[in-house]
Design a binder for this molecule. Structure first.
Ligand code: NAD
Length: 255
């Protein structure tokens, strides 16, 4: 049974084959969804376009989520092409490298604003525009990390951004619920991707994670993709405002 047959969704945050967004895309495609993609700049377009075309996508649009103009354009194009939309995948985050290296207490005002704008506010900006096209209800997911709740070494300002993202998920779920739009976060365990390579000591984090996680392994793009399928389809029809861990159980452990 295909869970997303006839559904249309837009994916923000595909960069390459290692992206979590690619794991989500593959599951959505296998389950019959039509997908559109955005890319942040021309350098990434070269990577995103072939991947998107390989699954038959014709909607591949530029979008820096810090630009209201570009966001408006994206949703105008979506409306022109599809009329309505059923789901959104938000798989976007960014922080200045300096702010991931220096102690959190040194975070600059500009660095704090940048991390929160790209990684958290963007969800609000996208959800507002998407909701207008979700006339038959819909589902929105965002990717979070344990650093939202606990101090994780070297995660710093991104932890604050993820806390804001998870709180935004709850606020959006409350606002958009009456329209039949569900909003949830998936808190993924560490996965080697382009964004993760910006976190100092990430390799060390991965091996320590494997040792302690109850399932004795790290989560994969495919693991996150399969859970996304649950959130984006009718399988989770009464679930909204949640942060759901896909981390091989790591978050339940202490010493
Ligand atoms: P990735 O580098 O493949 O994806 C990050 C994406 O964010 C890229 O496509 C990049 O182009 C996009 N992006 C950055 N700034 C942008 C902007 N201004 N406008 C539009 N797009 C922008 O890495 P990933 O690990 O797949 O990250 C996807 C999401 O998963 C992020 O929210 C990340 O925080 C989250 N996450 C990752 C991990 C991990 O260990 N990799 C764990 C938990 C959560």
């Amino acid at each position: 049974m295909k869970l997303l047959e006839g559904k249309r969704g837009l994916v923000f945050g595909l960069a390459n084959q290692k992206s979590i967004a690619w794991g989500i895309t593959q599951q959505c495609h296998a389950h019959g969804a039509s997908l559109g993609f955005t890319y942040v700049n021309e350098a990434l377009e070269k990577r995103v376009r072939p991947l998107a075309e390989s699954i038959g996508s014709e909607l591949i649009l530029p979008c820096d989520v810090q630009s209201d103009e570009q966001l408006d354009k994206v949703f105008e194009e979506v409306e022109r092409a599809w009329g309505t939309i059923d789901f959104i995948v938000h798989s976007v985050a960014f922080a200045d490298a300096e702010d991931l290296k220096n102690p959190f207490v040194e975070t600059s005002r500009a660095g704090f604003q940048l991390a929160l704008d790209v990684s958290a506010y963007s969800l609000v900006a996208i959800a507002r525009r998407a909701a207008k096209l979700m006339t038959g209800g819909g589902s929105i997911i965002a990717l979070s990390y344990l650093g939202a709740e606990k101090v994780v070494t070297n995660y710093r300002v991104m932890g604050v951004a993820k806390a804001a993202l998870e709180a935004s998920v709850r606020e959006l779920a409350a606002d958009l619920g009456p329209q039949g739009i569900r909003v949830n976060a998936i808190s993924a365990g560490p996965i080697k991707t382009l964004a993760a390579s910006g976190i100092p000591g990430f390799r060390d984090l991965l091996s320590r994670f494997e040792e302690r996680a109850p399932l004795r392994r790290t989560a994969t793009q495919e693991d996150v993709g399969k859970t996304s399928l649950y959130f984006l389809s009718d399988l989770s029809s009464a679930v909204t405002g949640e942060t759901h861990y896909v981390d091989c159980g790591f978050n339940i452990t202490a010493l």
